[in-house]
Design a protein around this ligand. Sequence first.
Ligand SMILES: *Cc1c(COP(=O)(O)O)cnc(C)c1O
Length: 481
Amino acid sequence: MHPVARLDLKHVWHPFTQMRDWLKREPIVLERAKGAVLWDVRGRQYLDANSSIWTNLHGHRHPRLDQALHRQLRKVAHTSALGFANVPASHLAASLSRTANPLRRPGGRLSGSKLSKVFFSDDGSTAMEAALKMAHEHGRRALGLKRPRFLSLQGSYHGDTIGAVSLGHIDLFHAAYSPLLFRSEKVMAPYCYRCPFNRARPERGDARTYRKCQWECVDKVEAVFASAQKAGQPISAFSVEPRMQGAAGMIAQPSGWLPKAAEIARHFKALLIADEVMTGMGRCGDAARGKLFACQAERVSPDLMAIAKGLTGGYLPMAATLATQEIFDVFLGEYEEFRTFFHGHSFTANQLGAAVALENLNLLESPAGRKQRANLEGWIRQEVEELWSLEIVGDIRQAGLAVGVELVRDWRTRKPFALREKVGIRVCEEMARRGVLTRPIGSVVVMMPPFCTTRDQLRTMFTALRESALHLSRSCGLTLK
Ligand SMILES: *Cc1c(COP(=O)(O)O)cnc(C)c1O
């Protein structure tokens, strides 16, 4: 065993990992990288098919990002945002609020309020904590509610801190902590493949041509808002992962769901909180029109937006919560009135993180960056086509540059695998043997390549997935459809 692997096994406690399983094997110890390629301490080479848990955008060791970091290092790594401004964070706030601005509707009117204020923090969870505290105070002070109520989607994931977990609805992760949480309401999320209203026959590829949808899931959203209102305890904030719920299993929303849901929230005067932690920064935006956020792809303007994973292109932990002027104003008052937003972290507005995030935005917004994303999206669409023929593949969901492949025991009935069969884990282990690294969510294999992935590298990634899924089909007694 490699000596570093031994140290890891002895001392490191890994996130979201059953450590009893982890301790049985020598772990892959990653040491260096370039572009979409990773190398371990033994010199073995891998492709980073999930962008290092959804964070990396332009590949590892991008010369321009490295340079931005070095340039900033020659000045200062960190100073406090408690009491002082700094250069890169000020520029970054301006750039973020510009790129995340609402789109114009035909006729020139903005589709919502500008997200002109930026609150920095460290990761997706902290960005969501800030958003929900802001929404709470907005509910109390602007709407006059004693106890503002939150609504979020079935299967939603907003992070692992207690507030973010309170908004989350993945029982597997969240149930154990229920005594620690505040109560939030939950509503059915669109999940077309397993929609109780979808009576399409599961034939090959038929997963894509469902019975004409009547938007029953939207009616459910309306019903929750209406009944809360009627009970005199209105919902004051609705949080969503726009276009695709990541940790729930890469559950893509049909186009049109988000604008309808947002309209309902607006009608009931609730704030819309967009958790763009996974979807933002070009991952599930509109590559063709150069829009970086999933909300923009659906022409929806949220009141609060959380950005994290891709903010620094996968370099440093940094996050941002964007808010409208209206929400910001709720916290204004005389010093002794204590309307201040009493919230923040030691590394808020970190200078190194901000410097690299700024350069990341430059890359994303360059014509070459847009073209790269548009190309990759098309290539991914071509690659996933070939997966439909596999017996073990039930559904394939793509939103922009993110894909989930749901593996099932019986595609005819959509019968899932049992948890203890660990099919997702086993497929990903097979893929690692073929030099491709990703991490499953239950029986869903996640493919989220860095934007710099070449046509050939993408082919290698999906070939590994195909071969590994086939390998597993055979060991489960399944064959080609
Ligand atoms: C990853 C994720 C989070 C949590 O972000 P961390 O940086 O892991 O705290 C929150 N929301 C969504 C949608 C995510 O994908």
